[in-house]
Design a protein around this ligand. Structure first.
Ligand code: SF4
Length: 714
């Protein structure tokens, strides 16, 4: 192998990098030949990488890499032991037969996917679930990442594409408001795109934490709106009130390009600055400064953007919260114009593509609704089956996991007895994580496909060793809706298999036609492209060959837009009448009562620079593990004192769902009512042991950011 140009395996910035074979050092004796990582001058990262990207090749050769299938022998209390691929497939086929009562109850078998899968694998996993297993029960971990932003954007614009403009559009913007986003830590190369705003004092950050990004803004004369956790929608409504009453709203834009302003104003008009300050904890001067900078930059055509991320979105009111921030953007006339807009910063590497091709329980490829007869007919024609052969909607991610091992689930429908998990580690990443582990442990059969023995794989009855990013070919779609090639740079370890091969082998064992499940990624992409044709996320004019030729293609890219669409909504929005919709629902008044009882604080969770998602990959990279080896609980010194805690002691953080054990880290910039725990760590340090699975009625997103807890020293 020589130099291979590809992209980082981790976050949705999808930084460009080259991988080249390098001479093994003494440390590498006996291990696989390592790869050298060189950053590329790709538009999202411009020659930069974060430390996760620099060390990403180390994940290929981690010491406990799985290279043989494992079967649990001797029942649930038995050990996982090596097996042949043939044995593993036999066990799985028998288990599918048993769990589904010979195929009469296919919904007893479920599939849980991930936003790290390539587009080809995500597409084929959805097809395998629906045609291979005949089940409606498929969803994926992106439900806990992007679903509120997706539902909010779909409601207001008629279409969800994370950023409806290229990231480079931010470069010369003078005002950027980041809501619940911390790119300085989660995707550091993105910060270069914020330089103009930062240098002109126009970088603004909404975050209960004084995050690395909030510090950047504040130190450059920008604004940090350090709001009380869970008050993001109220904050947006208050800013909208200021925009209108100060004459900073764009009346012509509201008249010509939107609908529903009057109803939105009926709500926002109640959010006087003083009330907003009382509820959110953000002072009126900071509120006014934020709106003024956005409005001034927008009016002068000097670039104004509002970008939301998980801080505002990961809540049981996430969709309404996103819609309220979009309402502020609409009042200022930002979306659907050059040099301004609203967007969401996608998290997972293929968080965008992963939600477009059929992993979601309610969608078919091309972002089509599974309940839409025309969508079903189109996809059925591509698949060569009758539309009735495609099952209807299934359960969302948490509901699917909670149905595991139950004869009858909470929704009154039959529970799930067998589950396939691909590219996900829900034992760490799911809300109410102890309950989820318990449910998985009661399954008849849990099958986990992974390349390391993740915490979820350790519970499995069958573990399938798969290949990873630099060992595979395919595509991913980054946070701008741009489709990128992931390329193979290393020989995969003997004994591992590609998931496309696994799905085909399993389908054959289940008696399905092998040709339904091609294994060549370019061929799968072409089928995906046909299935997406005419849908919202139309990939039909994209191919591996065009991407390999270096074309920059953002979807939709189909018959009407063969060159792709870097900027959406410039002429009209994707709603029935072409207008963007104001939707403003801040919640009931008691939402903003002081919900934190005496001797309670708000637990909020998030990421660290050195780790990614559940940490299953990054915890195995020595230099990343050394920097952040364990779960920490960051809090204000006064908060620690009031709970009889001190720096460095172990604390038990107890919520309604359960308890976390973490090491106290004092930070005088923290809010006194808040404790922050990162969600990358296993065992008793799992942040999600204390997060509740109350779900957003629209997106089915749980509450990851606001959970009331008590604390005690251990
Ligand atoms: Fe990888 Fe994201 Fe870091 Fe870029 S910012 S190197 S894509 S983890």
């Amino acid at each position: 192998m020589t130099r291979t140009d590809t992209h980082c395996p981790y976050c949705a910035l999808q930084c460009g990098m080259a991988l080249s074979p390098t001479t093994p050092s003494q440390d590498d004796v006996g291990r696989r030949v390592p790869l050298e990582v060189t950053p590329l001058d790709f538009p999202t990262n411009r020659g930069r990488l974060c430390r996760k990207g620099w060390s990403s090749a180390q994940v290929l050769g981690v010491g406990d890499r799985l290279t043989t299938p494992l079967l649990r022998r001797g029942g649930k209390s038995g050990e996982l032991a090596p097996a042949t691929w043939g044995e593993a497939f036999d066990v799985i086929a028998e288990a599918v037969h048993r769990a589904s009562a010979g195929g009469r109850e296919p919904d007893r078998v479920g599939v849980f996917g991930g936003g790290g899968l390539t587009n080809e694998k995500a597409y084929m996993l959805g097809k395998f679930a629906r045609l291979g297993l005949g089940t409606s029960q498929i969803d994926y971990n992106g439900r806990w990442c992007m679903s509120s932003a997706a539902a909010g954007a779909a409601r207001c614009f008629g279409l969800d594409r994370g950023m409806p403009f290229p990231l480079a559009d931010l470069d010369d913007a003078e005002a950027i408001l980041l809501v619940g986003a911390n790119p300085a830590e989660t995707m550091p190369p993105m910060v270069t795109h914020l330089d103009t705003a930062r240098e002109s004092g126009g970088l603004m950050v909404v975050d209960p934490r004084r995050s690395a990004t909030a510090r950047l803004a504040d130190e450059a004369g920008g604004v940090h709106l350090q709001n009380r956790p869970g008050t993001d929608a109220a904050l947006a409504a208050g800013l909208l009130h200021i925009a209108v009453t100060r004459g900073w709203a764009d009346r012509d834009y509201i008249r010509d390009r939107t609908s529903g302003f009057d109803d939105a104003w009926a709500v926002a008009s109640q959010w006087l600055p003083e009330r907003t300050e009382a509820v959110t904890g953000v002072g009126v001067p900071a509120l006014r400064a934020a709106v003024e900078r956005l409005a001034t930059a927008a009016r002068a055509g000097r670039g104004a953007y509002i970008l939301t991320a998980r801080g505002a979105e990961q809540s049981s009111r996430g969709t309404d919260t996103v819609a309220t921030w979009i309402a502020l953007a609409l009042a200022l006339g930002l979306p659907g114009r050059k040099r301004s807009g609203w967007g969401t910063i996608t998290g997972q590497g293929n968080g965008q593509g992963g939600r477009e091709h059929g992993q979601k329980c309610d969608q078919l490829p091309g972002y089509r609704k599974i309940t839409d007869p025309a969508a079903r007919a189109h996809v059925a024609a591509v698949w060569g089956v009758d539309p009735d052969a495609i099952p209807g909607p299934g359960r969302s991610a948490f509901e699917l996991l909670d149905a595991c091992g139950r004869d009858v689930a909470a929704d009154g429908r039959p529970g799930v007895q067998m589950l396939f998990v691909h590219a996900s580690n829900p034992v760490v990443s799911a809300p109410d994580a102890a309950r989820v582990a318990e449910r998985l442990d009661t399954l008849d059969t849990l099958v986990v496909a992974d390349f390391v023995p993740s915490e979820t794989a350790q519970l499995a009855d069958v573990v399938l060793p798969v290949r990873q990013w630099a060992e595979e070919e395919g595509t991913v779609t980054n946070l701008e809706g741009r489709v990128l090639r992931r390329r193979r740079a290393a020989e995969p370890p003997a004994g591992t298999r590609d998931e496309l091969e696994i799905l085909r082998a399993l389908a054959e064992r289940l008696g399905r036609p092998a040709h339904w499940f091609p294994t060549d990624p370019a061929e799968v992409f072409d089928e995906l492209a046909r299935a997406s044709a005419g849908g919202a996320a139309d990939y039909s004019a994209i191919s591996h060959a065009r991407l390999d030729a270096g074309e920059a293609l953002h979807w939709p890219c189909g018959a009407d837009s063969p060159g792709g669409t870097p900027r959406l909504f410039l002429g009209s929005f994707a709603t029935a009448d072409g207008r963007a919709v104001f939707s403003l629902d801040v919640g009931a008044p008691d939402t903003f009562d002081t919900r934190v009882a005496e001797r309670q604080v708000v637990l909020t969770t998030g990421r660290l620079l050195g780790h990614y998602q559940s940490g299953a990959q990054t915890r195995r990279v020595p230099e990343l593990h050394r920097t952040d080896p364990e779960a920490t609980a960051t809090m204000h010194p006064d908060t620690a004192t009031s709970f009889d805690l001190a720096d460095g002691v172990m604390v038990r953080i107890r919520g309604r769902a359960g308890s976390i054990e973490a090491r106290v880290l004092l930070d005088p910039t923290s809010r006194r009512d808040t404790v922050f725990v990162p969600f990358h760590f296993p065992g008793a340090g799992r942040a999600n042991l204390a997060t509740e699975a109350s779900l957003d009625p629209h997106s089915r997103m749980p509450d990851f950011k606001v959970n009331n807890v008590t604390m005690e020293a251990i």
